[in-house]
Design a protein around this ligand. Structure first.
Ligand SMILES: NC(=O)c1ccc[n+]([C@@H]2O[C@H](COP(=O)([O-])OP(=O)(O)OC[C@H]3O[C@@H](n4cnc5c(N)ncnc54)[C@H](O)[C@@H]3O)[C@@H](O)[C@H]2O)c1
Length: 439
């Protein structure tokens, strides 16, 4: 079986490391964050993702999964996966300093014939000019790029089912990368002709997703604005029944915004790359502007409902369900809930209670948010129940339970719970008001 080193044990690196161990690989997971390494060593999983903590404990017990901050461990690996972060710099360009430092740390330990595969999202050219050029001064390594496309909330399943794209520096690098994924995960592997093509694949995927969601947001705003009883989800479902070429129209769903570590930055990567190379790209800027505006749009919708009902905003109590940026994930990085809470405060709302069973208390430190551990306490006497993610716990809340706890006549604002038509009718029959995004 393959010996693997995973460099960078954040969300992506830990998921890949634990899953590969479960497939029988011997995995060394390496990170400069010693606190994180110590937590993994103890069997504590600081990353909130369904199934990850269980997988950690299971695979640690097999002895195939080890943690360290010692980069010399990469020397024994057949494959070194680079999964460090690539944040957005202040000027909206990609910050690849972590890629550089991880490459420098690996370099003295590599040897001929190893495969170094970059999984972090990088602009085209970084695998070749930063990673390969440095490493090949030390040894004749194979080098490839393979975009990571899994989504938080269903990461373990997606890692083992999504097709994997690889682009090697040369045919041999591609061949080793292809064999590695086929033999470990058993998924379809699509080999593209260069690392740059593979690097572009990831940016193209995320630009498509962000732009598609922006389209859904504009449709939702139009449904809200028109003087008819429109439900944007019904409109989208109808529109998506059209086959165009080989595929159906596939408009995604609107919500209270787009968050997380990828969609909020990758379109800006595309934009800054275009600007640097003389191409004035309008779509990334447009999608980012539309999607980043949704939290304020939703706060305004809630405030307008209150004003229409002659309510004094400062006297109202709001119950916000969900802080994470994604359903069934505890990740709050760049969550749209944070700007939405800020916008609710700017609108003048009084008490805002927040409940999210997936989020660690300390992750919300400094946000002026006190996480309430009890969903019922959060809902009790609320004048507005604001659903901002659709964790399983929130999906299973019945209209009757909401009505029992919330104040009479309360507003249920549906940012992402997507109540179906019969549930909406039930909420209304129970005396509650309902407002969704575009519905
Ligand atoms: N989170 C997602 O859903 C997702 C999905 C697809 C792709 N990606 C991409 O994958 C990459 C990793 O994302 P993430 O969410 O796991 O990030 P993360 O911030 O959770 O993890 C990055 C890890 O790398 C470590 N690190 C930083 N510099 C290092 C170095 N020099 N040596 C060793 N470790 C180092 C950090 O300590 C951290 O633990 C990014 O490029 C991201 O764009 C993320």
């Amino acid at each position: 079986m393959w010996k693997v080193a995973v460099v960078g044990t954040g969300f992506i690196g830990s998921t890949i490391a634990f899953v590969l161990a479960s497939k029988g690989c011997c995995v060394d997971a390496i990170d400069i964050n010693e606190r994180r390494i110590a937590a993994f060593e103890r069997g504590d999983c600081p990353i909130k993702e369904p199934g990850l903590a269980e997988l950690l404990r299971e695979q640690k017990a097999t002895g195939r999964l080890r943690f360290s901050s010692d980069f010399s461990r990469v020397a024994t690996a057949d494959v070194i996966l680079v999964t460090v972060g690539t944040p957005l710099a202040e000027d909206f360009s990609p910050d690849i300093s972590h890629i550089r430092s991880a490459t420098d740390a690996i370099a003295p330990h590599v040897h001929d014939g190893q495969l170094v595969m970059v999984k972090s999202t990088v602009p085209p050219g970084i695998t070749r000019t930063v990673v390969a050029e440095r490493l090949r001064r030390f040894a004749d390594v194979h080098v490839a790029f393979s975009p990571e496309r899994l989504a938080e909330g269903s990461a373990i399943r997606e890692l083992q089912s999504l097709p994997i794209v690889v682009g090697g520096l040369d045919p041999q690098s591609s061949a080793v990368a292809e064999a590695f994924w086929q033999q470990t995960l058993g998924v379809d592997v699509i080999v593209v002709s260069s690392p740059e093509a593979a690097e572009m694949v990831k940016l193209a995927d995320n630009l498509w997703i962000d732009l598609n969601i922006a389209l859904a947001h504009d449709l939702a705003k139009l449904c809200d604005a028109l003087p008819y009883d429109l439900d944007v989800l019904e409109v989208i479902a109808g529109a998506n029944s059209l086959k165009k070429g080989q595929h159906y129209v596939n408009i995604l769903t609107p919500s209270n915004g787009v968050g997380g570590y990828c969609l909020t930055k990758d379109p800006w990567f595309v934009h800054s790359l275009g600007a640097r190379h003389g191409a004035d790209l309008l779509t990334p800027k447009t999608s980012r502007t539309i999607n980043a505006g949704m939290p304020a749009y939703c706060a305004l919708q809630i405030a307008q409902w209150a004003r229409r009902h002659d309510r004094v905003l400062a006297n109202l109590q709001l119950a916000v369900l969900g802080l994470a940026f994604k359903t069934n994930s505890g990740d709050v990085r760049l969550t749209p809930v944070k700007p939405l809470l800020d916008a609710l405060r700017s609108e003048g709302f009084g008490t805002v209670r927040v409940h999210d069973p997936m989020v660690l208390k300390e992750d919300a430190d400094g946000w002026g948010v006190e996480l309430n551990p009890s969903i019922d306490d959060t809902l009790r006497n609320a004048d507005g129940v604001i659903f901002l993610v659709a964790h399983d716990e929130f999906r299973s809340l019945s209209p009757a339970h909401i009505a029992k706890l919330a104040a009479p006549g309360a507003l249920v604002f549906d940012g992402r719970r997507y109540f179906d038509r019969s549930e909406i009718a039930e909420l209304q029959n129970l005396g509650l008001a309902y407002k969704g995004v575009g519905r």
